[in-house]
Design a protein around this ligand. Structure first.
Ligand SMILES: [Zn+2]
Length: 157
């Protein structure tokens, strides 16, 4: 699909200093529409959906929130630390509602690999299929999320 006028407006809000200091696009020079379509294809290739990925991120976040800022081991072998800071962020996509400023750090104790994501990541993946641009501090690679967080692939059953 071709980048729309609306996509341009959303992409402008993702630039550094608009919503977050570093912005959401990193060094990515692609259009927002191209970023969304590439990640959509990747998620499909993995046999996953944005909803399944977001649900896993949310479940780990909710379990880890019991630690009140300290690391806790959940789901047998995941160490999770949920760090909340004051403040709320608007989503760059057009709708009402704000995201908490919250960072979720997950370490897979079996593999030693870790990922860090935000409440905003969970929301943007779930609602918009957006994983941020390449080089963005909180860019999430769908394949890395699937591997590190051991997201069960429904297609593999
Ligand atoms: Zn949104």
């Amino acid at each position: 699909m071709k980048q729309s006028r609306q996509d341009d407006i959303i992409q402008d809000r993702m630039r550094p200093g608009v919503i977050t200091r570093d912005g959401l696009l990193g060094s990515d020079r692609r259009s927002l529409r191209d970023i969304l379509e590439a990640d959509e294809a990747e998620v499909r290739r993995l046999g996953l959906s944005h909803a399944v990925i977001a649900a896993r991120l949310r479940a780990l976040r909710d379990a880890g929130a019991q630690g009140l800022g300290e690391p806790v081991t959940v789901f047998d072998h995941f160490e999770v630390r949920v760090d909340s800071v004051r403040g709320l962020l608007p989503c760059p996509f057009p709708h009402e509602g704000l995201c908490r400023k919250e960072f979720v750090d997950v370490r897979n104790l079996r593999s030693g690999e870790r990922v860090t994501y935000t409440e905003m990541n969970i929301h943007m993946i779930e609602a918009h299929g957006f994983y941020e641009g390449t080089g963005s501090p909180f860019r999430q690679e769908p394949a890395a999320l699937a591997r590190v967080l051991e997201i069960p692939c429904p297609a593999a059953d």
